[in-house]
Ligand binder design. Structure first.
Ligand code: WTA
Length: 652
């Protein structure tokens, strides 16, 4: 971490600070430091108060039961997540308010009011019930960013079924693995999706996946594209969404009351082994985290038009496209496609068209916009914006400044929100009306969240030191376990520092208590804000019969944050040609998804290993980033890395 350390010290020295603009401060929901004091003095009471902002069919009387590493929050209460996100806004003034403004990549636009969304959710709940889906059943959803995705997930919530959404960029193989792990019997997909004008064959991928999933009984197919070439509907298994919806009763569907701790959804994320983890979220705790952070961090108000660019297939989309903003009764803009389609100003056009007030995106996108130049945003009216947010990876101060000045016109606070699939909601972030901003720092834990930075022994490192980022107390939206694998839950998050949640991230805290996130300290790579396990890519590579062994690392990339470099040794007699490298890249993309495709593949006769046979990834990173090699004294054969370095430099 030494070069990071130096960078950090320079940063600290040079850091500019930005106070919340007065106009923002005066109207902010969190407008007094008192909120931090109250939450620190009695966290359980603070969270109970937040949870009471939800609508309960049976109010809770118990707040927390904590038997590390298992927490139960509000556990004698009952509620329904669809009631909280939709039905409670179908009364009074919000009944005919826009819940979702959807814009297709192809240009069509649709508005669903809360009442319209509610009717669709009810119909879809009837439909899923008629297919035999009941409370506690898992439904895998593999859809593009279309309104049916939101309707499907909320229909599951209304029934009490558990949705497991698989991002549409995942391959058939990755989809099959996730369907089987969740043991889902129903899959909802689309004939295809649009991405940069191209047709993404979601149904064909699903068909391929289902050859490996004998327990799936029913596939519901949304017709998004129409006339998709080669599309086949399997009789007895596949049904069209629109036909089923037409047949479903148009009557209200009575929400199934759920215990606070019942599972709302699972969502798969990458870990340090090849097998993805099904992160399990509860109903009440998760919703409390999503709702509270939307009110306090995003300062969401009834008149906001809110646009989060994340795909609903990731946790950011779950929490900050669907559950959070809808639980607040906000208007959410959902855009189906790519930011550069048909032109590179698509987001700015959308912001201008709908008068977006709160905009949330990822640093990798911001760096891409910087590359495309300030003329594109400058040619649109962005003066409706009042707050900006970022998530997914550390934001470099240059990108932060650009976002602040060019997009926010030096008027909008930026909330840099640190959190994870596992945490359910934002954990470290400024409160926009209160916190002084330092470009590049996610600032401080939000009220009710307690974090620290510790050394390898679990001792707090104190101001200025670097170490492991941990969460020291349970919080409502924390994951409850890993689906079907509680031992892995304990081992991954709780065994390293007993009783304390280990995030997998490194961080430093400065003299003011501000957190500077340094990135993952485990074998997880963050490519454009997507979490990818090195083991997943390695096992995809060794899957090819020509490959003997591989080591995958994340190297610095100016736009993506990190890029994947793969070092591969081949079996006897196999030549490392550029065609083979190309084949392997395609194979990884087909096995996992395009986001996991290695940027480069290096063939090497041997991998650098210690005497005990451990691959020294640190040295591979040095090679891939063109740095001087670090300490090589523990290598079994130092010549291996030297020749690799020469080979690498030769390729440059
Ligand atoms: C990284 C996304 C720095 C971090 C919500 C974390 C961040 C991982 C930030 C979780 C941020 C997320 N600053 N790093 N503001 N936000 N990360 O599960 O490494 O897809 O552990 O959740 O992204 O990624 P995930």
């Amino acid at each position: 971490m030494s070069s990071e350390g130096e960078k950090f010290d320079t940063l600290l020295h040079e850091t500019r600070r930005f106070s919340p603009p007065r106009a923002f401060r005066e109207q902010a929901t969190a407008s007094s430091q008192e909120i931090y004091h109250k939450a620190a003095a009695n966290p359980e009471e603070f969270w109970a108060e937040q949870a009471r902002c939800l609508q309960w069919s049976n109010p809770f009387t118990k707040v927390l039961d904590w038997e590390p590493p298992h927490a139960r929050w509000f556990y004698d209460g009952e509620l329904n997540a669809a009631t909280n996100t939709v039905d409670r806004h179908r009364q009074g003034a919000t009944k005919n308010k826009a819940a979702i403004i959807w814009e297709a990549e192809t240009g069509e636009r649709t508005v669903l009011t809360y009442d319209m969304l509610g009717r669709e959710v009810d119909r879809a709940a009837h439909m899923l019930t008629s297919l035999g889906v009941g409370a506690g059943d898992r439904v895998t959803i593999y859809l593009p960013m279309v309104p049916e995705l939101v309707i499907a997930m909320l229909a599951c919530a209304k029934i009490g079924a558990i949705h497991s959404i698989v991002f549409g960029g995942f391959s058939a193989k990755a989809l099959a693995e996730r369907i089987n792990d969740a043991d889902a019997h129903v899959v909802i997909t689309a004939d295809a999706g649009f991405r940069r004008g191209k047709v993404v064959p979601l149904k064909a991928n699903t068909d391929q996946a289902l050859t490996q999933c004998p327990r799936v009984k029913q596939v519901v197919v949304v017709e998004r594209v129409g006339q998709v070439e080669g599309l086949t509907m399997h009789q007895g298994r596949d049904v069209w969404w629109h036909e089923m919806m037409d047949q479903a009763p148009a009557t209200p569907f009575a929400a199934v009351p759920r215990n606070a701790e019942d599972v709302l959804f699972t969502l798969y994320t990458s870990g340090t082994t090849g097998k993805p983890k099904g992160i399990v979220h509860s109903t009440a705790g998760y919703l409390t985290g999503a709702n509270t952070s939307c009110r306090l961090v995003f300062d969401l108000k009834p008149d906001d038009i809110y646009f989060c660019t994340a795909d609903i297939g990731w946790i950011t989309g779950h929490t900050y496209v669907v559950y959070g903003p809808l639980s607040c009764g906000a208007t959410v803009v959902i855009y189906e496609g790519a930011p550069d389609w048909p032109e590179r100003d698509r987001y700015w056009e959308i912001i201008e068209r709908y008068g977006v007030t709160v905009f949330y995106t990822a640093p990798t996108s911001i760096r891409t916009f910087m590359k495309w130049g300030p003329e594109l945003p400058s040619s649109h009216r962005l003066d409706s914006l009042r707050l900006l947010g970022t998530v997914g990876e550390p934001i470099n101060p240059e990108a932060w400044m650009w976002y602040y000045q060019v997009i926010g016109q030096s008027r909008c606070p930026i909330v840099d929100t640190w959190w994870q699939t596992e945490t359910g909601a934002a954990m470290i972030s400024p409160l926009p009306g209160l916190t002084e901003l330092k470009p590049g720092s996610a600032a401080v834990p939000v009220p009710g969240i307690f974090t620290d930075v510790v050394d390898a022994k679990g001792e707090p490192v104190g101001p200025g030191g670097g170490g492991y980022l941990v969460v020291t107390r349970p919080w409502p939206s924390m994951l409850r376990t890993i689906w079907g694998d509680d031992p892995r839950y304990r081992e991954t998050y709780w065994d390293r520092f007993p009783g304390v949640y280990f995030t997998g991230d490194g961080a430093r805290v400065d003299e003011d208590g501000y957190y500077w996130i340094l990135g993952r300290v485990d074998d997880v790579i963050n490519v454009s804000g997507h979490r990818i396990g090195t083991m997943e890519v390695e096992s995809a590579l060794v899957d090819d019969r020509r490959v003997a062994e591989s080591a995958v690392i994340g190297r610095h990339h100016d736009v993506k944050g990190q890029a994947i470099s793969a070092f591969v040794t081949l079996k006897e007699g196999v030549q490392g040609t550029s065609e083979l490298a190309q084949d392997l890249k395609v194979h990884v993309a087909e096995t996992i998804g395009a986001m996991a495709r290695p940027e480069e593949i290096f063939f090497t006769a041997e991998l650098p290993k210690t005497r005990s046979g451990k691959i020294m990834r640190r040295l591979l990173r040095d090679v891939a980033e063109g740095r001087a090699l670090g300490d090589t004294s523990t290598l079994a054969d130092p010549a291996v890395i030297e020749s690799l370095k020469q080979q690498y430099e030769g390729q440059d």
